[in-house]
Ligand binder design. Structure first.
Ligand code: PRP
Ligand code: URA
Length: 212
């Protein structure tokens, strides 16, 4: 895959360790859900490196000091339903006051084209830093369309986080949205003929919610 300035692949040993367990077909729903959250938290720490902070005055037991804080209402998490829901708590662990918007997308199993079926976003999202989350970035169609929907709504500061990315999907989002920083914990080899990521982990939504 080409090097894109707006793509960060983590390849951190701790993330590699957790992704290896996540992929294993023997990993059950509870552990799968916990791992998705933990990996998201590890990624969120880095992806929040450049979020806005503002000066605040804090009174310690000894003196008043100027410190910096992330404004409470400055961050919105937007999971792409369903599987993105599994990543929300991973960010809330670090930043509990983030509001949550939802975009529902499903992939047509034949054409692999994404279809939006739901969109509910918090008022004022245009001014916030928006973290779009979806554990799987396969063809990239769902991510590109979700980001298009947010831009149409007026959002200007958008980041995209995914746990496993296929080179095809990462390139597609990076090229369609060069202004959006894309964080992928692990880059996989390729897509199969059904649009599944190899080696991947199977269907993330089904493994998170036990639907198969
Ligand atoms: C999966 C996944 C992504 C999408 C990725 O969702 O969670 O949203 O596929 O594929 P793409 O990059 O080729 O668009 P799916 O459509 O299976 O819906 P689900 O989350 O409800 O299971
Ligand atoms: N969606 C998934 O859940 N898994 C894949 O491998 C591709 C798309």
């Amino acid at each position: 895959m080409k090097n894109y300035p707006n793509v960060m692949i983590f390849d951190h040993p701790l993330i590699q360790h957790k992704v290896a367990i996540l992929r294993d077909e023997r990993t059950g729903m509870k552990q799968f859900r916990e791992l998705v959250e933990e990996i998201t938290t590890l990624m969120a720490f880095e992806s929040m490196r450049d979020v806005q902070t503002v000066p605040v005055m804090v009174k310690t037991p000894l003196e008043v000091t100027e410190q910096r804080m992330v404004p409470e209402k400055s961050i919105v998490i937007v999971p792409i339903l369903r599987a993105g829901l599994g990543m929300v708590n991973g960010i809330h662990t670090l930043f509990p006051t983030a509001k949550v918007g939802h975009i529902g997308m499903y992939r047509d199993e034949e054409t692999l084209e994404p279809h939006e079926y739901y969109c509910k976003l918090p008022d004022g999202i245009e001014e916030k830093t928006v973290f779009v989350v979806d554990p799987m970035l396969a063809t990239g169609g769902s991510a590109v369309d979700a980001i298009n929907a947010l831009k149409a709504r007026g959002c200007k500061k958008i980041k995209f986080m995914s746990i496993i990315g296929a080179p095809e999907g990462v390139s597609k989002v990076a090229e369609a949205h060069p202004d959006v920083m894309i964080y992928v914990s692990t880059l996989d080899r390729e897509l199969n003929e059904n649009g599944y990521i190899l080696p991947g982990l199977g269907d993330a939504g089904d493994r998170l919610f036990g639907t198969k």
